[in-house]
Design a protein around this ligand. Structure first.
Ligand code: PH2
Ligand code: MG
Ligand code: MG
Length: 165
């Protein structure tokens, strides 16, 4: 099986946000070879009900898992961190999204890659470009070229990521 370079978005705005993110990074590192992890960003919530600020980050892995298998593993990690699904875009202990999977396009029930809203969200683009500076969309568009359009949104570089052996 060929390995693919995938970007995973991490988000948390409930409970001990940093410990949910750290637990997720350790789990994601076991799904392939961890290539890079962004800093952890503090970001204002976008959409949904009134809710607290998020910590967001992006991890990049080289993985042999197919996109749907990767998603299934990420769902398990969300559940291990107490994720409850109540309302769309509501507060959550941990949200893990497949942002990019090589240059592939995936359009399945429950999984669309590239993530359909990533281009509108600075809390995704900024850590993604930090962790994977030459990331591209399937059509070859540089992800970094999308940043200008979202520069009005607030993100703060919060803390460096934990280091892995
Ligand atoms: N995730 C959402 C909706 N809104 N806002 C921020 N700042 N960070 C997120 O991760 C986020 C959000 C739905 O997944
Ligand atoms: Mg999400
Ligand atoms: Mg999600």
């Amino acid at each position: 099986v060929a390995s693919h370079r995938a970007a995973v978005g991490l988000g948390s705005n409930l409970g001990d946000r940093r410990s949910h993110i750290d637990a997720a990074l350790s789990a994601i590192a076991r799904l392939g070879r961890l290539v890079a992890v962004s800093s952890i960003y503090e970001t204002a919530p976008v959409g949904g009900p009134e809710q607290g600020p998020y910590l967001n980050a992006v991890a990049v892995i080289d993985t042999d898992l197919a996109p749907i298998a990767l998603l299934t593993c990420l769902r398990h990690v969300e559940q291990q961190q107490g994720r409850e699904r109540r309302e769309r875009w509501g507060p959550r202990t941990l949200d893990l999204d497949v942002l990019l999977y090589g240059h592939e396009t995936v359009a399945m029930q429950g999984l669309t890659v590239p993530h359909p809203r990533m281009g509108e969200r600075r809390f995704v683009l900024e850590p993604l470009v930090e962790a994977w500076p030459d990331a591209e969309l399937p059509d070859g568009t540089a992800v970094g070229s999308l940043l200008d359009a979202v520069s009005d949104q607030d993100v703060v570089r919060h803390e460096p990521p934990p280091t892995f052996p």
